[in-house]
Design a protein around this ligand. Structure first.
Ligand code: NAD
Length: 473
C-alpha cells in the first residue's frame, strides 16, 4: 500500500506507527500516513519556532513571491492532486479540480493583499501608528470535507502575515495535504510550513502544545469548544469556523423551474458535506408542491458514484462515522412516519459509503432532520406561509453560519436577509466565497473571521508605535 510522509523542517518524516486511510467509494484501504508521535510534534513545533524569526524578517515582496510560487506548484501538479483528493475524499474529479485550483487562487490572492498600517496621529508633537505584526507559530487544524481548500484558507493568510505553521489535516483525509507538503518543500523555506498527520489523539496534543501561539480550527462545534477550552490555558489566539444548519427561504415569486437545479445543488453539492450547504429548505406553501416535484425530478438525473468515474456528480459520504450518523437520521424519520419525496433506502451490502439523495416531505420543526446538522445527503423540505414565522424559525438555531433568500423581489429579500442571524446571507445563490469577502460564523458557528482583510488580520496582533521627536539639548 502506498505510504505518504509528513514534512517537518523541510524533510520527509515517517513514524513507527501509521494510520490507514480508506477510499470512501469502495470502503477499501487506500494508503497509510504517519501517526505523528509526541516527540515528532515537538520537532514540528520547534522547527516552526526556529524558522519564525527568519520568515518574519523577510520582506513583504519575498513573502508574496513564495505564495505565488506555491500557487504555481499546485497548478503544475493539479492532475495528480485531483486524483489523490478524489480517492481519499470521494468527491468527483470536477469538484476536486475546483478545490485544488481554488486553493491556488487563494494563495495568489493573499499574495496580492495589503496589510495596512494605521496612522493614528501625525503632528509636530508625535507620530503614532498601529502596525499588524505576526503572532508566531500558528497551528492549523482542518476537516475532511474540503481537506485542501480549508487548509489553504489558513496557510495563505498565516504565511502572508509572517507566521510559521504546523498544519494537521483530518485523519480521514491527510494524504493530499501530505503530498502537497512534499511538493512545497522546495518552495517554502524549511520549517515555515510543517505538515503532520495522526489519529484522534493528535489534535488535542496540538492545541495544548505550549509552543503554539494561535490555533486556526475548522470543524464541528463540539470540537471547537474543546479547542477553545484547551487554548485558554496559555491564552492562545483562536479562530474557529464551526458547524452550521443553514436555512434557505424560498419566496412564492421565484420561477420554480428556473431555480430548482440551483436549489438542489445548494443542498447536495459535495454530497451535502459543506458547512454552508442548505440544510433546511423553507418553501412558501404556494409553490411547495411544484418545487417538491421539480427537485424530485431533477434528483433522478443526477449520477451518484465513484468520483473517479467520468460523469459522476455526487460521490459517497466521506467516512463510516458520518455515514452511520446520516443513516440514523433517516431511521429517525422513518420511525416518526415522515414521508420521503425521494430516497430514504440505503443499500446495506454494497461497497462504499453511498447514501441516496433523500428529501423529507415537510417534517415538523422539532424533528432531528430539521434541528441537527446531518452533514450528508438528507434535506428537510419545509412549508411556510408567513414571512415573520419563517424568519423566526430560521433564527431558532444555536448555529449562525449562513443562509439564503430566494425571490424575484430584491428589496423584499434584502429586508429578510438583514434579519437573519448568520455571518453570511446570499440572495438567489449560495456558497459564493472569495478571498476578499469576510466569512464568519455567528452564535455557535464560530469565533473570529476567515477571508477578507479581517481574516488576514486574524493572523496578526496590533502593535502601536509612537514617536515623539527627541528633545533638543
Ligand atoms: P471534527 O470537529 O470532527 O474534526 C475537525 C478536525 O479537528 C480534524 O482534523 C480532527 O482530527 C481535529 N480534532 C478532533 N478532535 C480534536 C480535539 N479535541 N482537539 C483538536 N483537534 C481535534 O470535524 P469534521 O467531522 O472533520 O468536519 C465536519 C464539521 O466541520 C461539520 O460540523 C462542518 O459544518 C464543519 N465545517 C465548518 C466549516 C466552516 O468554515 N465553518 C467548514 C467545513 C466544515
Amino acid at each position: 500500500m502506498k505510504h505518504y510522509s509528513m514534512t517537518i523542517a523541510g524533510k520527509a518524516v515517517d513514524s513507527s506507527e501509521v494510520i490507514t486511510v480508506v477510499n470512501p467509494a469502495t470502503s477499501a484501504p487506500l494508503a497509510t500516513a504517519p501517526d505523528c508521535s509526541t516527540e515528532q510534534l515537538d520537532e514540528a513545533v520547534s522547527s516552526a519556532r526556529a524558522a519564525y524569526p527568519g520568515w518574519r524578517a523577510t520582506s513583504d515582496s519575498e513573502r508574496r513571491q513564495v505564495l505565488k510560487e506555491a500557487a504555481g506548484v499546485l497548478v503544475a501538479n493539479a492532475d495528480e492532486l485531483i486524483r489523490l483528493l478524489t480517492s481519499e475524499q470521494g468527491k468527483p474529479h470536477d469538484e476536486a479540480r475546483v478545490e485544488i485550483m481554488g486553493s491556488a487562487y487563494w494563495l495568489s490572492s493573499l499574495a496580492d493583499m495589503e496589510i495596512p498600517v494605521e496612522v493614528n496621529e501625525d503632528t509636530a508633537e508625535r507620530r503614532s501608528e498601529t502596525r499588524h505584526v505576526p503572532i508566531g507559530v500558528v497551528a492549523g487544524i482542518s476537516p475532511w470535507n474540503f481537506p485542501v481548500f480549508l487548509s489553504f484558507w489558513k496557510i495563505a493568510p498565516a504565511l502572508r502575515a509572517g507566521n510559521t505553521m504546523v498544519l494537521k489535516p483530518s485523519p480521514f483525509t491527510p494524504l493530499t495535504m501530505l503530498r502537497i507538503g512534499e511538493l512545497l518543500s522546495g518552495v517554502i523555506p524549511d520549517g515555515v510550513l510543517n505538515i503532520i498527520s495522526g489519529g484522534d489523539a493528535l489534535g488535542p496534543k496540538v492545541t495544548a502544545h505550549p509552543g503554539i501561539d494561535k490555533i486556526s480550527f475548522t470543524g464541528s462545534t463540539a470540537t471547537g469548544k474543546r479547542v477553545m477550552a484547551s487554548a485558554a490555558a496559555d491564552l492562545k489566539r483562536v479562530t474557529l469556523e464551526l458547524g452550521g444548519n443553514d436555512a434557505a427561504i424560498i419566496m412564492p415569486d421565484v420561477d420554480v423551474d428556473a431555480v430548482a437545479k440551483d436549489l438542489f445543488w445548494a443542498a447536495f453539492r459535495n454530497s451535502a458535506q459543506i458547512c454552508i450547504a442548505t440544510k433546511r429548505m423553507y418553501v412558501h406553501e404556494a409553490i411547495y408542491d411544484r418545487l417538491a416535484k421539480a427537485l424530485t425530478e431533477y434528483t433522478q438525473t443526477v449520477k451518484m458514484g465513484d468520483g473517479s468515474e467520468q460523469g459522476t456528480e455526487l460521490g459517497p459520504v466521506q467516512n463510516k462515522l458520518q455515514y452511520d450518523r446520516v443513516v440514523e437520521i433517516i431511521k429517525d424519520c422513518k420511525d416518526r412516519g415522515f414521508r420521503f419525496l425521494t430516497g430514504g433506502d440505503v443499500a446495506q451490502d454494497s461497497p462504499g459509503y453511498f447514501i441516496p439523495v433523500t428529501i423529507v416531505d415537510n417534517p415538523p420543526e422539532d424533528s432531528r432532520v430539521v434541528q441537527e446538522e446531518a452533514f450528508g445527503p438528507i434535506l428537510p423540505l419545509i412549508k411556510f406561509s408567513e414571512v415573520e414565522d419563517v424568519i423566526a424559525r430560521a433564527n431558532a438555531s444555536e448555529y449562525g453560519l449562513a443562509g439564503s433568500v430566494w425571490s424575484a423581489d430584491t428589496d423584499a429579500a434584502l429586508s429578510i436577509a438583514a434579519r437573519l442571524e448568520t455571518g453570511t446571507v446570499w440572495i438567489n445563490e449560495v456558497q459564493h466565497l472569495t478571498p476578499f469577502q469576510a466569512f464568519a460564523g455567528h452564535k455557535q458557528s464560530g469565533l473570529g473571521v476567515e477571508n477578507g482583510l479581517g481574516g488576514l488580520l486574524e493572523y496578526t496582533v496590533p502593535q502601536t508605535i509612537t514617536v515623539k521627536p527627541a528633545k533638543a539639548a
